[in-house]
Design a protein around this ligand. Structure first.
Ligand SMILES: Cc1cc2nc3c(=O)[nH]c(=O)nc-3n(C[C@H](O)[C@H](O)[C@H](O)COP(=O)(O)O)c2cc1C
Length: 159
């Protein structure tokens, strides 16, 4: 049997670096700092004008971004852990803080500041997001409540 697999390399965000971007209200990138470009493997020019999902990693559950946009929509700041995809298909993990940019009291853009995270947190978040995706991708979820006694019987039957 032929087996093939892909290997994706992680880019570590250096401790002293801050990844900064801004978007318009629809999530199109309006500003990217050098660090964002360097870590994501794009030129700043390639990033400006593109939707921010250009760095979206398939491991990220949809619900995380849904919650992000709902939070911003309420005028609140969002923060969370994000796995992003590099241009070369590698990845990098960050803790992101996203908030509104206001001009004369009016919301004009969003900005995101991202900082590195601990290895252990990355492992925990990967597991959490894997679980979330498994649940979310199923079209339906069946929840059955059974007594301990019945559960033991079922386990016996299905081995
Ligand atoms: C300021 C700002 C920064 C964002 N940064 C990221 C990011 O680093 N990675 C990411 O996947 N999505 C980021 N998003 C969310 C994207 O806009 C998008 O919702 C997400 O990638 C999911 O893609 P989809 O909406 O096409 O499903 C950001 C949004 C905003 C407003």
């Amino acid at each position: 049997m032929d087996t093939s697999f892909d290997m994706f390399l992680e880019t570590e965000v250096p401790d002293h670096e801050l990844i900064i971007s801004r978007t318009d209200l629809k999530g199109n990138i309006t500003y990217a700092n050098e660090t964002f470009a360097m870590i994501s493997g794009y030129d700043p020019d390639e990033l400006i004008g593109k939707p921010h999902n250009i760095v979206r990693h398939p491991d990220m559950p949809r619900s995380v971004f849904k919650e992000l946009w709902e939070t911003l929509g309420r005028g609140e700041n969002w923060q969370g852990f994000v796995k992003n995809r590099r241009e070369d298909s590698g990845y990098y993990w960050v803790h992101a803080e996203i908030s509104g940019v206001y001009k004369d009291g009016k919301l004009v853009e969003y900005k995101s500041l991202r900082t590195p995270i601990e290895r252990e947190t990355k492992i925990n978040m990967q597991n959490k997001y894997d679980d979330m995706r498994k649940k979310e991708e199923k079209s339906s979820r069946v929840v059955i409540n059974v007594s301990d006694e019945k559960l033991a019987k079922i386990k016996e039957i299905i081995g």
